[in-house]
Design a protein around this ligand. Structure first.
Ligand SMILES: Cc1ncc(COP(=O)(O)O)c(C=O)c1O
Length: 359
């Protein structure tokens, strides 16, 4: 029987640390819907500063955070948002901006590095003189790091250029920064600088940072006041959230520095898998904590089969297509876990045991 568990399904699977649990037990709390929870206020102040914005707001999830931001920027019916065809908002958030917000999406192709060509963004901005037929473009969304491209990072310079374009046309810029801390650490550029051009930004506390729940939205005071009302409308106003915010404060204070190690482990894992005959990793794409690998025909296996066999060894992964698997690193995966995972995959795909003796 395998007792070992290496959970690489996502960076959202982490368990709260002892320090987080202690902070939750001792958190000072009050009713946050009424605006009195001191721990929430303290987290929001801290996050606004890190993100270089006037104010911030704790919300239950990244999905709700993006929805609120898009809806605040696109309050007028007939609004359109330009976003990547492989952006999280477009693919994985139940089309909430349309189904709940009545906002029309205009997609632009995401390049392999997660960017969208700036001239393609510009071409997609609607000509207001033809409003008799067109919806009105009001917002551009970027995602940093870009999950579907394997956690690749958008540079501050690229983001600035999109920001300049937005300004030129009187549009707003939103950044889905679910993993903005990963991007910041990988690029060696502060979060504040990376999102300087954005009118709103989200940062998830429950991904690489390891908090049990929550995402923070940051923007101007006026924007956050509107976001607070929408949060309540969507059922995201919560009462004694200091319990969650206390864990999030620990996450920000203690876990940002662990991200560099996660990125290192991702590179080791990627290189190890790429060395296995029948598997392929685009090593250049591994910039942060996510590794995608392709299962080639010559391997004689496929994603489903490989994942089932891996599970029997206690290694959990996420499918990304019939012959593609995603592995996400986080602070509760050790270097030893990484070596064990490589060994398991090698044994399953090639039938050859390796130096770690997995059989
Ligand atoms: C880039 C990105 N944005 C937003 C989200 C949504 O976050 P949540 O799962 O907290 O709703 C995710 C979740 O994985 C994500 O990867």
């Amino acid at each position: 029987m395998v007792t070992r568990r290496v959970d690489l399904r996502s960076d959202t699977v982490t368990k709260p640390t002892e320090t987080m649990r202690a902070a939750m037990v001792n958190a000072e709390v009050d009713d946050d819907v009424l605006g009195f929870d001191p721990t929430a206020a303290s987290l929001e102040k801290k996050m606004a500063k890190i993100m270089g914005k006037e104010a911030a707001l704790f919300v239950p999830s990244g999905t709700m955070a993006n929805l609120i931001c898009v809806l605040v920027h696109c309050q007028i019916r007939g609004s359109e948002v330009i976003l990547g065809d492989y952006s999280h908002i477009h693919i994985y958030e139940n089309g909430g901006i349309s189904t709940l917000g009545g906002v029309h999406p205009r997609t632009v192709k995401n390049n392999e590095d997660g960017t969208m060509d700036i001239d393609r963004i510009e071409e997609s901005i609607r000509d207001p003189s033809f409003e008799i037929c067109y919806p009105t473009t009001r917002l551009i969304c970027l995602e940093n790091s870009h999950a579907h491209s394997g956690g690749r990072c958008l540079s501050a310079e690229y983001t600035d250029k999109v920001g300049e374009l937005a300004k030129k046309y009187g549009l707003k810029l939103h950044i889905d920064g679910a993993r903005i801390f990963n991007a910041s650490v990988a690029l060696g550029v502060s979060v504040h600088r990376l999102v300087q051009a954005a009118d709103s930004v989200t940062a998830c506390l429950s991904k690489g940072l390891g908090a049990p729940a929550g995402t923070v939205i940051a923007g101007s005071k006026d924007f956050i006041n509107k976001a607070k009302i929408l949060r309540k409308t969507l059922g995201g106003g919560m009462r004694q959230i200091g319990v969650l915010c206390a864990a999030a404060i620990v996450a920000v204070e203690e876990n940002v520095e662990k991200l560099e190690g996660d990125h290192k482990k991702a590179k080791i894992l990627a290189a190890g898998i790429n060395n296995i005959k029948g598997l392929k990793v685009d090593l250049d794409s591994v910039e942060t904590n996510i590794v995608f690998f392709d299962i080639l025909k010559e391997s004689g296996t496929n994603g489903d089969e490989l994942m089932k066999k891996l599970e029997a060894h206690g290694v959990l992964a996420m499918p990304e297509g019939p012959c593609k698997i995603r592995l996400a690193l986080h602070h509760q995966i050790s270097e030893h876990d990484v070596q064990y995972t490589i060994s398991c995959i090698q044994k399953i795909v090639t039938g050859l045991p390796d130096k770690n003796g997995v059989n």
